[in-house]
Design a binder for this molecule. Structure first.
Ligand code: GLA
Length: 684
C-alpha cells in the first residue's frame, strides 16, 4: 500500500514544478511559420512538456549514417527558449523505407504466414537483427546529439510496444524463440514434459524442430502458445532494454519511459518495471483512450490509471496520450462531450498522474490520423476544444501542490499477465470469459464507493493491503498460492472468483478438486466446472441477494462445502439449493468465494461486505458516475454525469480549482470536478 503524503520529493520531473501539461508534438508535419504559432499557443495554454520525434525516423535519418536533424535542433531550441520541456523520442517506432528495402526480412509475419508490408507503422519484427542494430544506432546518435540539450527532460523509447504487432512468427522469431526455450528449459525432455508432449504425439527430438505456434489444423498446444506469449513480451522488452542501455551510456541520468496502453494483453508491464540489473522504466506512462460513446468510459479509464500507478510501484506517473476530442480508429469516433476532457484529465491527476499530455498538439492535416483530434483542432483557436484546452492548462496550474503525492490504496486486484495469456487460450470450458470484463465487474463497486484500489502481482508483497480481489486467477504458481494463503492467515480478506487456482505455470491442471491450492483456504472443493450459455442467467437466493432478480451468469461452479458458510445459493436448475457464494475464516482472516458472476447489485453488496470485513470505509450514497478519490491530503470529486448532483461533504472545505470553500452540501454541475483540501478535520 502506498502511503499518503510524501509529496514533492516524489515528483517525476522536479524541474517541472507542478502538474505538467502538453502533448505529442510533430513539427515535421508543419512549416516553420506554424512552429512559431505553436510556441505562442503553447504559452497561451500553459503547455510545459511535449513529446517530440516519436515517428520522425525518416526525417531524422533519411539514409544510413549521420542524422540530418537541423530541423529538430531548431525545434528544440525554440522550445527551450519558451521554457517548454521535451520528452524526446529515440524515434525508433516506425522504421524508414530505406531500411525496410535493405532488409525486407525485418518485416513482421503473422501466425498464418502473411508478411506485413511497409506503409503504416510498427512494421518490424522485434527479433530481427537488422531492426535491432538500426534502432540502437539511431538511439545512440540521438543520445549523443541531444543528451545535453537544455530542453530535453527525459527520453521516450519506442511507442506502444506490441500494440500493432503483439507477436511475430517469422524465421528470426523462430530462432530467438528456440534460444529463449533453451534458456528456460535447458533440456529438451523438460520442455516435452512442460508442454505435455505425450498428448497428440507432440514430443520434440531436436530444438530445431520447434517453430512458433503458427496456424495449425486445430487447437494448438496451449503450453506452446503460453510460452510464445511469454517470449513475445520478453522480445519487446529486449528491444526497449537495448535502447535503454544506449541511453544510459550516452545520456546518463535522464529519466526514461515508454508509453504503455493500460489493460493491454501482449505486454507484461510488471516485468518492464521490475528494476532488475538497472533496466526498466524510470517514469511509467500510459496512453488512455476511453470511448466517449461508452457510458462507463470513466471506469475503464480509472482502471488504466490505477494500473499505471501500480506497475510503477505507486509512484506518480505520466498520462502520455489521450484524445482532447475524438480518435480516428474506432468504427464510429464520437468526440468527448463538453467537460469530458477536463474530467478525465483530472481523474488521471486524482489517481496519481503528475503530467497530463494528449495526442496530439495540433490535429494533422494529412495522413491516417487527420481526423484524430488535437489540442489545436482543424477549426483553430475559435473552438470549444481549444477553449477547454486553455482552461485546463490554467486549472492544472492551481493543482501544483498535488504533484508528487501518493494515492493510498487498501484494496488490490491481483493481476498476472501470465495468467491472462493462459486464461484466454482456446479449448477451455467457455470462450466467453474475458479477464478485463471480470476485472471491471469487481472494480466497479470499489469505484462506486470511493475505495482506492491498486493492481498487484500475485507474488508481490501484499501485506500493505487489507482486501485482495482475485478474478479468475486460473494460472497460479506455488509462490502466488502461498502468498494469498499467508495474506488471509495473517488477517487479510480475500475475494476469489471461479476458475482460479486451476493450473500451474506450465498450464498443467492441479488435480484433486478445484481450486487445488486454495481448498483449505476457502473451505470447499469445486467438483465440476459449469459454464453458462452466453446470455443465460441462474437465479440466486440468500440474504445477500439483491432483490428482485438476483442472478448469476457466465459460470456455475458445483461446490462441495468443506467448512465454508454459504452466503448465496443457486435458486433453480439441477443445482437448486447448492452453494453459489461462500465465506470461510482462515487463520486471522476471511476468504470469500464466488462460484458464479452475480448481477451488479448483488456483487456490489458482496464486495461491500468484504470491504467492511476488511475494515475499509465505504463512501455510501455516492451517485453512480461520481468518483471520490483520495490523493495525499486531497479529495477529488469527479462527476462523469450529464446532470447536476448534490453531495454531502460533512463540512466546508477549500476547493483548489475554484479557490472558494464548498460544503457541507456541494453541487456538482455536469462533468464537474472539485479538488478539496481534505487534510482539514471533519471528514464525514
Ligand atoms: C496511439 C499512438 C499515437 C496515436 C494515437 C491515436 O496511442 O501512440 O501515436 O496514433 O494512438 O489515438
Amino acid at each position: 500500500m502506498s502511503a499518503p503524503g510524501a509529496g514533492p520529493a516524489r515528483r517525476i520531473l522536479p524541474q517541472l514544478g507542478g502538474i505538467a501539461y502538453g502533448g505529442d508534438y510533430n513539427p515535421e508535419q508543419w512549416t516553420e511559420a506554424t512552429w512559431a504559432e505553436d510556441i505562442r499557443l503553447m504559452a497561451e495554454a500553459r503547455v510545459n512538456l511535449v513529446t517530440v520525434g516519436v515517428f520522425s525516423w525518416a526525417r531524422l535519418q533519411p539514409a544510413p549514417g549521420a542524422l540530418t536533424a537541423g530541423w529538430l535542433d531548431r525545434v528544440l531550441d525554440l522550445l527551450a527558449g519558451a521554457g517548454i520541456w521535451v520528452d524526446l523520442a529515440t524515434a525508433t517506432a516506425s522504421p524508414p523505407a530505406w531500411l525496410v528495402a535493405a532488409h525486407p526480412e525485418m518485416l513482421p509475419v503473422t501466425a498464418d504466414g502473411t508478411r506485413l508490408g511497409f506503409g503504416s507503422r510498427q512494421h518490424y519484427c522485434p527479433s530481427a537483427p537488422a531492426y535491432r542494430a538500426a534502432a540502437a544506432d539511431l538511439a545512440q546518435r540521438m543520445a549523443r546529439r541531444y543528451g545535453d540539450h537544455p530542453a530535453v527532460a527525459m527520453w521516450h523509447i519506442g511507442n506502444e510496444y506490441g500494440e500493432q504487432v503483439p507477436a511475430c512468427y517469422c524465421e528470426h522469431s523462430a530462432a530467438a524463440f528456440r534460444r529463449w526455450l533453451r534458456a528456460r528449459y535447458g533440456e529438451l525432455d523438460r520442455l516435452n514434459d512442460a508442454w505435455g508432449g505425450a498428448v497428440w504425439s507432440q514430443d520434440y527430438t531436436s530444438w530445431d524442430q520447434i517453430e512458433p505456434p503458427r496456424a495449425a489444423p486445430t487447437f494448438r498446444n496451449p503450453a506452446h502458445q503460453l510460452d510464445y506469449a511469454r517470449f513475445s513480451s520478453d522480445e519487446l522488452l529486449a528491444c526497449f532494454t537495448a535502447e535503454r542501455e544506449v541511453l544510459a551510456a550516452h545520456s546518463p541520468g535522464k529519466p526514461v519511459t515508454t508509453n504503455f496502453t493500460g489493460l493491454f494483453r501482449a505486454v507484461d508491464q510488471f516485468r518492464w518495471t521490475r528494476r532488475e540489473g538497472g533496466t526498466g522504466l524510470d517514469v511509467v506512462s500510459v496512453d488512455n483512450y476511453p470511448d466517449p460513446a461508452d457510458a462507463e468510459a470513466y471506469l475503464t479509464s480509472a482502471m488504466a490509471c490505477d494500473l499505471t500507478r501500480s506497475v510503477g510501484g505507486g509512484r506518480p506517473w505520466l498520462l502520455m496520450e489521450q484524445a482532447p476530442g475524438a480518435v480516428n480508429w474506432r468504427a464510429v469516433n464520437v468526440p468527448k462531450a463538453p467537460g469530458q476532457y477536463r474530467a478525465l484529465s483530472l481523474q488521471a491527476v486524482a489517481r496519481g498522474a503528475d503530467a497530463v499530455l494528449s495526442f496530439q498538439w495540433r490535429a494533422a492535416a494529412t495522413g491516417a490520423e487527420k481526423f484524430h483530434s488535437g489540442m489545436v483542432p482543424h477549426a483553430g483557436t475559435d473552438s470549444r476544444v481549444w477553449r477547454e484546452v486553455v482552461s485546463l492548462g490554467m486549472e492544472l496550474d492551481r493543482l501544483g501542490s498535488v504533484a508528487g503525492h501518493l494515492v493510498p490504496a487498501a484494496a488490490a486486484l491481483l493481476l498476472d499477465w501470465e495468467n491472462w495469456w493462459a486464461l484466454e487460450l482456446d479449448s477451455h470450458p467457455t470462450s466467453c470469459l474475458r479477464l478485463t470484463e471480470l476485472l471491471s465487474e469487481l472494480y466497479r463497486p470499489l469505484l462506486q464507493t470511493g475505495v482506492n484500489a491498486d493492481f498487484a502481482h500475485p507474488e508481490s508483497d501484499l501485506s500493505g493491503y487489507r482486501l485482495i480481489l482475485v478474478p479468475a486467477l486460473y494460472l497460479v504458481s506455488d509462490a502466488a498460492a502461498d502468498n494469498v494463503r499467508r495474506f488471509v492467515a495473517a488477517g487479510g480478506t480475500a475475494l476469489i472468483t471461479f476458475f482460479s487456482g486451476i493450473v500451474d505455470p506450465r498450464d498443467r491442471v492441479r488435480l484433486g478438486g478445484y481450486p487445488a491450492p486454495w481448498r483449505d483456504l476457502l473451505g470447499l472443493r469445486v467438483e465440476e466446472l459449469v459454464p453458462l450459455r452466453h446470455g443465460a442467467a441462474i437465479r440466486l437466493d440468500g440474504p445477500g441477494a439483491a432483490p428482485p432478480d438476483a442472478a448469476g451468469r457466465l459460470w456455475q461452479d458445483v461446490i462441495d462445502l468443506r467448512g465454508a458458510t454459504p452466503l448465496l445459493s443457486y435458486g433453480e436448475g439441477h443445482l437448486d439449493g447448492e452453494a453459489a457464494v461462500t465465506r470461510h475464516e482462515h487463520g486471522a482472516g476471511t476468504a470469500y468465494y464466488l462460484g458464479t458472476l452475480p448481477d451488479r447489485s448483488t456483487l456490489g453488496r458482496l464486495v461491500g461486505q468484504a470491504c467492511q470485513r476488511a475494515g475499509i470505509a465505504l463512501w455510501t450514497g455516492l451517485p453512480p458516475g461520481v468518483e471520490a478519490v483520495r490523493r495525499g491530503g486531497y479529495l477529488f470529486l469527479i462527476s462523469h454525469l450529464d446532470h447536476a448532483v448534490e453531495l454531502d461533504l460533512g463540512a466546508k472545505r477549500p476547493d483548489l480549482l475554484s479557490g472558494v470553500r464548498v460544503g457541507p452540501r456541494a453541487q456538482l454541475a455536469p462533468r464537474d470536478v472539485l479538488v478539496l483540501d481534505w487534510a482539514e478535520p471533519g471528514r464525514p
